[in-house]
Design a protein around this ligand. Structure first.
Ligand SMILES: [Zn+2]
Ligand SMILES: [Zn+2]
Length: 415
């Protein structure tokens, strides 16, 4: 039998992940869009293919964002962990609001999202899911709470599809570990790039916060609602600062408290949550601005969310600082701030006079960590995806059979 692996998106790029796996049955792994302006969508599933089973690795929109479009047409069952299902619900609805605000054409609406929500089948790590004669087993991926890698036992061959992975422990997450596989399909976001050690990043971030607060300034920490907000709460806890939390991270907190087995330390997160003051109203926002040392809020790339309201108020005073906590994608407001010191606030591009810092709190494995993970899986075949510099990894894997397919190209393997 020949196994066919085809990326409908997300092969040579970070974003719109969609992998079609065919070997007697057709299964889809992730179906996301790239949140660029305008958004980029994956290819449609070929007309002659009917998708009955989808495996979702995690809730990020570049993996989940086009599921409503697919649900309405193929009506598949969609396997995902409980936190992934709950967070997808929030992110998919939020994405409709963002599209409406930005005036983008909308490939689906409320009704299709509801169809997707009804199609989810909750799964747990380690359980065995059967699709005809294939056995699929989810494993923790270390990326965000609920993120999964999928092991596919297909005859005598074991395939591992990683989705997004992190191999170091963070304050929120336990690391993932390699799993033996004959065929490894792995993300390559940081191919060719290393992260500074997590201890060092934390030290530099905390030193900067201290410096700003000591000089009488306020720190705005824009953070993704999913994972990064909680990581920052854990890091800033117990250091004597008055911390206020605003934005979608508040809702995501509630989900993580509901599914504590998916985070490293529930007690620590509960304590950290107690330590922050939560903004519930416009009045609360005014209070946060007056009393906070640190304001933790969304969105992480400054494209909308309460963060712009706060930045608008503090940006002209050099004592203050905006400390970015994640990668800023090309074309986002956050990238413009880093590159040009300007920001679009409520339709007008304005200069930002306060200090701006960037700290690489990534939830992805860096170059050497990816290499170690690959070697640990001992694969014969490696298929690299989810990266724009995959060659940097391929060059170091010359003792393995490595594929770097483009979108829509088919990798055929005889197994
Ligand atoms: Zn992700
Ligand atoms: Zn991703």
């Amino acid at each position: 039998m020949a196994m066919k692996i085809q990326f409908l998106g997300g092969a040579e790029e970070v974003g719109r992940m969609a992998m079609l796996y065919e070997n007697g049955v057709s299964m889809l792994f992730d179906y996301g869009f790239a949140p660029t302006k305008p958004p980029q969508f994956p290819q449609k599933v070929p007309d002659n293919v009917k998708i009955k089973d989808v495996f979702l690795t995690h809730a990020h929109l570049d993996h989940s964002g086009m599921l409503p479009w697919l649900s309405a047409r193929h009506r598949p069952r969609i396997m995902a962990t409980e936190p992934t299902i709950a967070v997808s619900d929030i992110l998919l609805h939020d994405c409709l609001n963002v599209w409406a605000y930005e005036g983008n054409p909308q490939p689906y609406g409320e009704e299709e999202i509801e169809e997707t929500m009804r199609s989810f089948v909750p799964i747990r790590y380690g359980m065995h899911i059967f699709v005809d004669d294939k056995e699929i087993i989810p494993h923790p991926a270390g990326h965000i709470p609920g993120s999964a890698m999928y092991e596919i036992r297909d005859g005598d061959t074991t395939v591992l599809f990683t989705g997004d992975i992190n191999t170091i422990a963070t304050r929120l997450m336990k690391p993932t570990h390699p799993i033996s596989a004959d065929v490894l399909i792995i993300e390559s976001t940081y191919a060719g790039r290393e992260h500074m050690s997590r201890d060092r990043i934390e030290y530099e971030f905390l030193s900067k916060v201290e410096e700003v607060v000591d000089r009488g300034g306020k720190v705005i920490v824009p953070a993704f609602a999913v994972g990064r907000t909680q990581e920052m709460m854990l890091l800033l806890h117990n250091r004597g600062y008055e911390i206020w939390l605003d934005g979608m991270g508040k809702t995501v907190n509630k989900i993580y408290f509901r599914y504590p087995e998916y985070i490293k330390n529930l007690k620590a997160l509960k304590k950290a949550k107690k330590d922050v003051r939560v903004v519930h109203s416009p009045k609360g926002r005014e209070k946060a601005l007056r009393f906070a040392d640190v304001i933790l809020t969304t969105s992480g790339m400054l494209d909308g969310g309460p963060v712009l309201w706060y930045i608008d108020k503090i940006k002209d005073d050099k004592k203050n600082a905006i400390l970015l906590t994640g990668y800023q994608v090309e074309g986002t407001n956050g990238r413009m701030l880093l590159n040009e010191g300007k920001l679009e606030i409520y339709g007008a591009v304005e200069r930002v006079k306060c200090e701006v810092g960037f700290f690489d709190f990534s939830a992805h494995a860096g170059h050497s960590q990816l290499l170690d993970f690959i070697k640990g899986c001992k694969p014969e075949v490696v298929v690299l995806c989810h990266g724009d510099n995959r060659e940097a990894l391929a060059a170091e894997l010359d003792d393995m059979n490595v594929y770097v397919p483009k979108n829509c190209e088919t990798v055929m393997l005889d197994i």
